[in-house]
Ligand binder design. Sequence first.
Ligand SMILES: *Cc1c(COP(=O)(O)O)cnc(C)c1O
Length: 408
Amino acid sequence: MSRINAHYCDLPGSYLFAEIAHRVQEHAAANPHKRIIRLGIGDVTAPLPPAVISALHKAVAEQATPEGFRGYGPEQGYAFLREAIVTDVYQGMNIDPDAVFVGDGTKEDLGNFQELFDLGCRVAITDPVYPVYADSNVMAGRAGPPDALGRFAGILYLPCTAENGFLPDLPGERPDIIYLCYPNNPTGAVLTRGQLARWVAYAREHDCLIFFDAAYEAYITEADIPRSIYEIEGAADVAVEFRSYSKTAGFTGLRCGFVVIPPGVRGRGPGSEPIPLRDLWLRRQTTKYNGCPYIIQRAAEATHTAAGKRETRAIIAGYRENARRIRDGFQALGLTVSGGTNAPYIWVKLPSGMGSWDFFDLLLNRFGIVGTPGAGFGPSGEGHFRLTGFGTAADTGEAMERLRGFTL
Ligand SMILES: *Cc1c(COP(=O)(O)O)cnc(C)c1O
C-alpha cells in the first residue's frame, strides 16, 4: 500500500456537515413520519432567477451550432464576465479585469489558494469561522497536529466571542496570512469601514496578506459596512478578495465564483525578490484548471445585468426576512441572539453549560428542526448555535411556530 498524506489524519473526524447529515439521517430513519425542517446548512432554496435561466438556455443553444460551440476556455475566465464584474462590482476601485480570476466557486478557490505559500507561513484565522480556511491548511501540513481541544499549533486563532462582539482583536504576534470573512459565517458579524481599515493598516505595517472572503456581501444593508475590501485605501497592495455567486444568486449547484488579485499584492520569492501573487495564481490555474464552463459564466454574467440584479435582490430580501423571523423567534425564547441583519446567519448564545451538539440534538429530536452546532466552526463556537435564513418562508414560519412557548 502507498503511504498517504498523513496530514489528512490531523483533520477533525468528519467535515461538519457530513456529521450533521449523518445524525439527521438516523433521526429520519427512526421517525419516518416526522417532517424535518432544515435551518442549518448554508445552502439556498430559491430557484435560480429568470435572467440566469434564460442566459443558460441561450448558452446551451449556442453549443449546438458550429459558430457558437466553445471548447476549452481561457483559464482565467472569459473576458465578457471579468469585464462585467469590474464594471458592476468594482466601479471606482481601480480594479482591472486582468486581476480577476473566474473559478468554480469560493470553497475551491480558498482551499487551493494557500498552496502558493511556504509551509512555514503562519496563518491567522478568526474563531469560529467557515471551516475551509483551517482545514485546507491542515491538509497542506501547515497547521501541525491538533491538541486535545482540536486547536492546531500552526494556526493563530483570533477568538470572536460575546465579549468582543464577535469581532477579533488585532493579532498579538505577526501572522503571514490573515483570513477575514465579513459579513461573517457563522456569527453574522460585520466590520465597519473604520474597523476594516484597521486590519488593512495592520497588514501594511506588518507585511502580511489578507484573504478577504466576501461571500455574503449581497446581504449588507447598512451604509457604513464595506462590500469590498478594495473600498479601503491601500488594500490593493495587501488583500486578495474572494467572491461567490452561491449565496448571492443561488449558484451553489451551478458553481461559479472569482478571486481578485491586484498586481501590487506580492509574496517573497526564494531570493527574497517580490513576486506578484497574480502571476503565481495564473501559473497554478493554467496547470491545474481548465476553466469554469462557458454556460455557467454566461449565467454569472446575467447576474450583473439590470434584470439579474433586480431578481437576485428580491430573493435575498426573502432570505433576510426569514433571518429576521428567526432572530425574533429565538429572542422570544429568552435567548441572546446576534447577526441576521447584514447576513443570512443568526448566532444564538446557548444557556451556560449547554453544549452546542446537545442543543442540536434537542432541536432535532423535539422539534424536527436542524441547525448547526457552533462547535463545528472552531473552539470558540462552543456554547453557540447557527441558524440560517436560507430556508423557504413557509418552512421558516413553521419552525418558529413549533418553537413557540418552548422554554429551556
Ligand atoms: C458558502 C461559503 C463560501 C463558498 O461558496 P461556494 O459555493 O464554494 O462559492 C465561501 N465562504 C463562505 C464563508 C461561505 O459560507
